[in-house]
Design a protein around this ligand. Sequence first.
Ligand SMILES: Cc1ncc(COP(=O)(O)O)c(C=O)c1O
Length: 392
Amino acid sequence: MASKSIYNLIEGELAALEEKSLLRGIPDVENGAAKELLFSGRLLLNLASNDYLGLASDDGMKQAAIEAVKRYGCGAAASRLVTGNFSLYDQLEKSVAEFKGQDDAMLFSSGYAANLAIMDSFAGRHSIVFSDKLNHASILDGIKMSGARHIRYRHNDVSLLKARMEAFKDAASKILVTDTIFSMDGDLAHIEEIADLCDFYDVMLVVDEAHAEGVFGRGRGLSYERKVAQRVDLHMGAFSKSFGSLGGVVSGNRELISYLRNKGRSFVFTTALPPAVIGANLAALELVKNNHVQGEKLLELSAELKEFLVAADFDCADSQSQILPVIVGENDAALSAQRFLMNEGLYVAAIRPPTVPHGTARLRLSLRADFTKYDMDKIKKGFMNLKRELSQ
Ligand SMILES: Cc1ncc(COP(=O)(O)O)c(C=O)c1O
């Protein structure tokens, strides 16, 4: 079997990836969502997870998950359109819609599946989709699936976007989709200007608030913070980041959500999320709703660290959120900086192409609201030592 030619091709590709320091492997982490994770036997401060509010280990959420399992069992056993539904599901969708101030909401097995469904349902071969160059991969995959004409614009370049919209103003079906916090840069979309353009050019506006919910806008996202939420047609969010759990969610106008329920292939053709996840999500939503100061505290910690790193001459790009990139350029430089920081007791993610553009490999720090002064000092000390090492 191993003599089939595909094996040789794959072997060659793996070797090429290794040569460019692009070969990925799953890290030897024992407890990846914990604030201090156990990596190859060492306890390191976790700066790599998206559990921004520390909810993945919240006792109330654990208990809610256990209660849901006791009542409904371990698996949903079918797609929701068949028999996979249970009442907690309906309750969660209703709660999300209320929280977001929207007519209706709909859950997906992941944020990835939600973005696939949105793009594939609302865009088709005759549509134009305007999309920021740094949008998440799930959005790009959804656009590809839809067969729409994909008009990418330079990251956050609103004048270029306006020119593109003008060029396609006569098209009947137009959608703009943007992350509100860009996941590898931590900067923010110019959402007010984008909403103005979408109103003027009659373009459906879709926002991916996966990293902004729980943090901005009293936990509701950046569109809420910037007071354009009611001008957004569809809000996509994810329970996998600030909410410490799993699942994608889309909220908006009743007819749009109903259409999505009928057309979203990544919803129709998959098994529903299990009860434990829905139970945990309901508890997480209550925690975020009732404790939005955690998001505000997180942004303060992040601004403080950014100021420190920039003063030490690190390149943190234009981050304005809990995600702080430290751009180092070459792939092997990112990997060796990551290794150095492990010896300082810190675990940061080394992000390389194709996740980020070539020549912009980086460390990606994601902060957590439960970091103490001791933790923050440890991070600062680690980076000062890295600076010293780099300048030798
Ligand atoms: C901006 C953005 N959208 C969507 C997703 C996908 O969410 P999930 O991890 O829940 O599939 C991610 C996750 O990395 C993301 O960063």
